[in-house]
Design a protein around this ligand. Structure first.
Ligand code: KIV
Length: 302
């Protein structure tokens, strides 16, 4: 089966078929996500927070995205893989933006890139699309601008902000974006944007009316038991399961239950030879004890 094409997403929207998308950041998680049937995977710069431990996506570099993007592509065969352009890789000059988007495609093998922003980045999106690079837009809460936005807040709440959001979406569509992420915007605004566009909207914290949904894998799987964003739902408790597994391992190593014969090589042989050695040692000890008790062979002496 060939990789799904970006054009199939538009057909899915036309058929009213919802598009599930998840992030993945490495080979094994990409395999799990794809084998479960997800048609589109995002290597988000959220990896800076959920994998690399930064407190925002701002420190993420092109090298980070290339390393993780390549691993995800190698872990998939069919899914569309979208890789985020990190902060400052597309804002400085259009030439820089094009070169960096091209690097992501060439060096990871991904299908498409994603960047944050609306009307202001539309010309850059157009250049990328003209150069043959599929682009996904991302508007609403744009985490790379967290300092400008003053925190991770709901966007598009006022009528003026909602109109700007719609115009941003239309500008991205006109520039050739094949889909648009709507992050943390009111559900009714996301619905208006979705109805106005021909290309699919993919929501995160944007309510149920988007054409698809995206979630950050580590939120979704419960990697961090102490934090869950309002828009996320835990579909598993991986931290709990993994923590219990590690505790069992510690117990079994300490008690000698692990490793057993099944996890060892030649353990039965080693046990047999240890038993033979032990038997020989105790026979020798017994002989010596006998000799010490009767040094002259048990006779009566001279
Ligand atoms: O980086 C990311 O994971 C994202 C999603 C939140 C859409 O951009």
């Amino acid at each position: 089966m060939a990789r799904i094409s970006i054009h199939e997403l538009r057909e899915m929207k036309a058929r009213g078929e919802k598009i599930p998308m998840l992030t993945a950041y490495d080979f094994p998680t990409a395999r799990i996500v794809e084998r479960s049937g997800v048609p589109m995977i995002l290597v988000g710069d959220s990896l800076g927070m959920v994998v690399l431990g930064y407190d925002s996506t701002i420190p993420v570099t092109m090298e980070d995205m290339i390393r993780h993007g390549g691993a995800v592509v190698r872990g998939t065969e069919h899914a569309i893989v979208v890789v985020d352009l990190p902060f400052m890789s597309y804002q400085v000059t259009p030439e820089d933006a094009l070169r960096n988007a091209g690097r992501l495609l060439k060096e990871t093998g991904c299908t498409a890139v994603k960047l944050e922003g609306g009307q202001s980045v539309a010309p850059v999106v157009q250049r990328m699309v003209d150069a043959g690079i599929p682009v996904m837009g991302h508007i609403g809460l744009t985490p790379q601008s967290v300092n400008q936005l003053g925190g991770y807040r709901v966007q598009g709440k006022t009528p003026a902000a909602a109109i700007k959001l719609i115009n941003d979406a239309l500008a991205l569509q006109k520039a050739g974006a094949f889909a648009i992420v709507l992050e943390t915007v009111p559900a009714n605004v996301a619905r208006m944007v979705t109805e106005k566009l021909n290309v699919p909207t993919i929501g995160i914290g944007a309510g149920p009316y988007c054409d698809g949904q995206v979630q950050v894998l580590h939120d979704f799987l419960g990697f961090n038991p102490d934090f869950l964003p309002r828009h996320a739902r835990r579909f598993a408790e991986v931290a709990t399961v993994a923590g219990e597994a590690v505790a069992s391992y510690i117990d079994e190593v300490r008690s000698g239950v692990f490793p057993a014969a099944k996890e060892s090589f030649g353990l039965d042989k080693a046990r047999n030879s240890a038993a033979i050695v032990a038997a020989r040692a105790s026979a020798a000890e017994a002989e010596q004890a006998e000799e010490e008790a009767a040094p002259y062979g048990g006779g009566r002496g001279r």
